[in-house]
Design a protein around this ligand. Structure first.
Ligand SMILES: Nc1ncnc2c1ncn2[C@@H]1O[C@H](COP(=O)(O)OP(=O)(O)OP(=O)(O)O)[C@@H](O)[C@H]1O
Length: 412
């Protein structure tokens, strides 16, 4: 197993009902979930899920109610036994572990955070958080110290001696998170952890999780039915339907290259402006003027060759220096000037490849220049994003349409 892979799922299938063997066979033959239910009375919870979860990533599983998210998550720590397939955690096949080994895996490697907090009402916050440590056999003083640390980590310092009913929903969920963190697990399994919270508190918890994740760098598997939440939290997102994983990718992958009509319909209302980046939109090897070599005439010829009115200028190391405009160079040509250097406009919009459409749009107002996409560290030009593709992207074109548009622009 590669170093950066924390969890591997291999053909995980879960079937509920008595005639599982028969249902499994039908599933292998490609029979639909509905037909299997009709013929065998069995429900397909998860249908041959195979994918890797990387160390330190927030992996979101998203889908509508009944799509199999919770079932899939529960296979990861075997709260649900897969009907077929393997779950490999840290290189060990936990589907083959004995009950004792599994218990150890759950205690040390994975913690779960539930939607309904699951706090013990008659215990104080600190005792709730320390509860798992008690089961693990930590001494009294030690577990209180760890629990207090964990409470502080989620921003609840001072509330340790209160009871769950004295805390708001958001705070109770923080306790749930603190309890999970107290075990210092490598993997956090979060099942609709924020779904029961009011929208503002929910957004706050999402921010806090991201902040914590920046520091703690756990591997997080997060279940949600909310696409906005999935996009906000997920380094990668798996979209499930009827137990089947329709697509896995970054939010941008899923938006720009939806794997099925289902996914496309699912993401059709997403505000793409905040997700699509310069990296996706840019022309990768644009025509450029050479800072050291090209004179006015050569630059004009280059522009005419590709029918553009503006060229990015780069030096010998491909570092972006600015733009030159045809209208300026034509004038210079008449005046028999030869160097382009004095005509370079250095104020043109410049971004790094991660810049979103939303961030680029304000940069193009008041200028006609394309956006130069440069490497943040080296300053090298990586590509340019034309104003037209930015504006189109701010509306709602898919990847195929963008490619078509780029081709058309290239041909002009
Ligand atoms: N214990 C069970 N017995 C029978 N069928 C079950 C059981 N648990 C889940 N299912 C079925 O398996 C499928 C997947 O359910 P699951 O709860 O994993 O979906 P989900 O995407 O998490 O939905 P939700 O968001 O509503 O929790 C559904 O069709 C559900 O009815």
């Amino acid at each position: 197993m590669k170093d950066n892979i924390k969890i591997q799922l291999k053909d995980i299938t879960v079937i509920f009902g008595k005639k599982r063997a028969e249902a499994l066979k039908m599933l292998d033959q490609g029979v639909s979930k509905n037909e299997i239910l009709e013929k065998t009375g069995c429900t397909v919870g998860v249908n041959k899920a195979s994918f890797d979860i990387k160390t330190g990533e927030v992996f979101v599983v998203m889908g509508l109610s009944g799509s199999g998210k919770s079932t899939l998550l529960r296979c990861l720590n075997r709260l649900i036994e897969p009907t077929a397939g393997d779950v490999i955690v840290n290189g060990r096949n936990i589907t083959k572990e004995s009950d004792k080994e599994l218990l150890e895996t759950r205690r040390t490697e994975m913690s779960m955070v539930f939607q309904k907090f699951g706090l013990l009402p008659h215990k104080t916050i600190i005792d709730n958080v320390a509860f798992g440590l008690e089961i693990r056999g930590e001494s009294g003083a030690k577990r209180l110290e760890i629990a207090q640390d964990s409470i502080n980590t989620v921003g609840l310092e001072g509330f340790q001696n209160q009871y769950p009913s004295q805390l708001s929903g958001g705070m109770q969920q923080r306790v749930g998170l603190a309890r999970a963190l107290a075990n210092n697990p490598e993997v956090l399994l979060m099942d609709e952890a924020f779904s029961a919270l009011d929208p503002l508190i929910r957004a706050d918890m999402q921010d806090q999780l991201l902040e914590l994740q920046n520091k703690l760098k756990k591997t997080v598997v997060f279940i949600t039915h909310d696409l906005d939440e999935a996009i906000k939290l997920g380094d990668r997102i798996a979209i499930m339907k009827d137990g089947f994983i329709e697509q896995i990718g970054t939010a941008e992958d899923i938006l720009t290259e939806p794997a099925s009509e289902y996914v496309q319909a699912f993401v059709s209302n997403v505000d793409r402006k905040s997700i699509i980046t310069a990296n996706t939109l840019m022309f990768e090897k644009p025509q450029v003027a050479q800072y050291e070599r090209d004179g006015v005439e050569v630059a004009i010829r280059k522009m005419r060759k590709v029918s553009v009115e503006v060229l990015p200028v780069v030096d010998n190391d491909h570092i972006f220096k600015g733009f030159v405009w045809l209208k300026d160079l034509v004038g210079a040509h008449k005046e028999k000037k030869h160097s382009i250097k004095e005509f370079i406009q250095t104020q043109g919009p410049m971004v790094n490849p991660d810049a979103t459409v939303e961030q680029m749009l304000p940069l193009i107002t008041g200028t006609e220049a394309p956006v130069a996409v440069t490497d943040e560290q080296s300053g090298k030009l990586k590509g340019i994003v034309t104003q037209i593709s930015l504006i189109v992207e701010a509306t709602s074109f898919d990847r195929e349409q963008i490619e078509e548009l780029k081709e058309n622009l290239n041909e002009q």
